[in-house]
Write a protein that binds this ligand. Structure first.
Ligand code: SF4
Length: 350
């Protein structure tokens, strides 16, 4: 049975600028603009990202007059989730407020890792046929602070080992704020996470993808879903603008100098993209790319004729890829009963 977690009152949207989401340099500049030494910016950084405080009053090594000044003009930027739901399999879905709107984040506990699937936009512009977020349309970009807040204000935040940018939105369509959030997560002055603990998943927007590879070191997952142009266009309209072959060619080139892990995400639709013909074409287009294919169960959503592949078809696809030297795994489905699984996040109904 699905368990509802405690609900909190909806707090008002911030009226003051938030400090969460600022880099150490920005906090040093802010300190100087307030007539304080740049070092005060380092202290703010420590309080926000290492000690994870939620109020200025807790920043006890700052002079009380400065704490009052900060309280007057700024917000810390921490926002607890408004609501949570727990799945039978232990996956939890949380609803975070973001300036008058909401986004969802999914916490996925496994034996060896605890992962948060974070959102980067309210809704999404990409309109993928199989995705609830796509059906929601686009309502806005999240700031770096709103992205980092999902990690820091998660009730299980202290347990997290990994983060995946696979929640609501297309991260490369909000590149600057996403890159800033990655800098905060991976810098030694920030959360200090290894880049290998973070994966950004995208439909592949060029040139944002090139900039992402140049400016961050985190892992990358490409949402592929069909090796055939026309079919991919019908599933993912973005294919008409950013062609898969250009994206794969860029990834192959980058791998010559960049050893980070690249995976292929492939949602399996019954009779649509799970045939031997698809396996053969996948092997062909992925030739030369060091990668692993994640075959993902599809969860039917309203308003689409697509159905999830049968288990046997997914196993056959996996075997056909593996025998041709393309490693493939079938990803276990999590949180389906609370609509937290892949492609099911949406705040349209909120
Ligand atoms: Fe947007 Fe990703 Fe959903 Fe496509 S799958 S509509 S890119 S959130």
């Amino acid at each position: 049975m699905t368990e509802k977690l405690p609900v909190t009152e909806k707090p008002p949207a911030f009226e003051k600028p938030a400090l969460l989401g600022k880099t150490r340099q920005e906090l040093r500049d802010l300190a100087e603009s307030l007539g304080r030494p740049a070092y005060t910016g380092n202290q703010l950084t420590q309080w926000l990202y290492k000690k994870r405080v939620t109020t200025f009053d807790q920043m006890t090594d700052l002079p009380s007059v400065l704490r009052e000044q900060l309280t007057e003009s700024f917000a810390v930027g921490r926002q607890a989730p408004l609501q949570g739901q727990e799945s039978v399999d232990g996956t939890k879905k949380y609803l975070f407020p973001v300036a008058g709107r909401t986004v969802e984040a999914a916490y996925i506990p496994e034996e060896d890792r605890k992962t948060l699937c974070v959102s980067s936009q309210v809704g999404c512009k990409m309109g993928c046929l199989f995705c609830m977020t796509g059906k929601q349309g686009f309502q806005g970009n999240l700031t770096a602070g709103q992205i980092v807040n999902q990690i820091l204000s998660l009730p299980e935040g202290h347990l997290l080992t990994n983060a995946v940018y696979m929640g609501m939105g297309e991260p490369l369509d909000n590149l600057d704020e996403v890159l800033k959030s990655l800098e905060i997560l991976t810098s030694e002055w920030g959360l200090g996470w290894s880049s290998q603990r973070i994966t950004l998943s995208s439909v592949g927007l060029l040139p944002a993808l090139q900039e992402f590879f140049a400016r961050s070191k985190v892992r990358f997952a490409l949402s592929l879903h069909s090796p055939f142009d026309e079919e991919r266009s019908s599933l993912m309209p973005v294919q008409n603008v950013h062609n898969l072959h250009e994206i794969l060619s860029f990834l192959q080139t980058i791998q010559e100098e960049d050893a980070r892990r690249i995976t292929i995400e492939y949602i399996c639709f019954d009779g649509v993209n799970d045939t031997p013909r698809h396996a053969r074409e996948l092997v062909k287009i992925l030739h030369g790319l060091k990668t692993r294919v994640n075959l993902i169960h599809f969860h039917p959503i309203p308003g689409t004729p697509l159905k999830g592949s049968k288990a046997q078809a997914m196993t056959s696809l996996q075997e056909a890829l593996a025998t041709k030297g393309v490693p493939a795994t079938i990803r276990r489905s999590r949180g389906e009963d609370i609509l937290a699984a892949c492609g099911l996040l949406s705040t349209l109904r909120r």
